[in-house]
Design a protein around this ligand. Sequence first.
Ligand SMILES: Nc1ncnc2c1ncn2[C@@H]1O[C@H](COP(=O)(O)OP(=O)(O)OP(=O)(O)O)[C@@H](O)[C@H]1O
Length: 268
Amino acid sequence: MVNDTVTANQTETVLRAENVSVYYGDFLALKGIYIDIPKNNVTAFIGPSGCGKSTLLRCYNRLNDLIPIFRLEGLISYHDCNLYGKEIDPVQVRRRIGMVFQRPNPFPKTIYDNIAFGAKINGYKGDMDELVERSLRQAALWDEVKDKLQQSGLAISGGQQQRLCIARAVALQPDVVLMDEPCSALDPISTLKVEELIHELKKQYTIVIVTHNMQQASRVADYTAFFNVIPTDEGNRQGYLVEYNRTENIFQNPQEKATMEYVSGRFG
Ligand SMILES: Nc1ncnc2c1ncn2[C@@H]1O[C@H](COP(=O)(O)OP(=O)(O)OP(=O)(O)O)[C@@H](O)[C@H]1O
């Protein structure tokens, strides 16, 4: 593996994985991961299906805790604090580290309440109208929905729904936004809008995105991590990190043959 732990020059590390392995029951899905996620940058996870990209992403906001057979070894720290420490409340973690999923999943509520609901639950005491407008503006959706805030969040296009989900995530004023293939259900124009949005959002947030689309990784990501799978003697497929570096190095000057083959479309 190249670059055991890549640290972005002069950039603060927000999330650090040190020798992280993830099991589902007896199955070792992801082995020995070291990776630093730099603040206010976009980091992309790429690699073939089953290599553990989503697994690692979900470790960052403790979403895998909801899977009874999940087990993590090693250390994930968030601003130098053990994310899996006994004193850490996973609900607070998910507030600080938000997530946008593959399929847009607005609540079956009005556009306004899609933003206001989470904020209220989290005890937001400020001006709700102002928060709704600011969040929708941040998600580049305000102009399209400002006259229909009382309509259902499900009654807008898929691309708009995904930006609504991004608005809902940023309304909680997180520190990190995780995105698991956020454009895979979107048409090319909506995809472009979300990509432009990601560029804007990184000024304020640290972003980690899983994508199958290599052009997307090269367009949006400052850093790219390439994961791969190896078959084990027991007939399983184990995920590991092959190479992590600045995106231009991964795409134009990869150090590993497997990375070169993957980014040039020769496998995966
Ligand atoms: N809840 C689960 N229970 C058991 N095994 C799981 C679970 N979730 C994922 N796995 C297994 O862990 C491995 C990694 O899966 P993961 O979804 O993280 O890969 P991925 O790289 O994101 O794949 P894809 O690109 O297809 O989404 C796979 O072998 C998968 O079958």
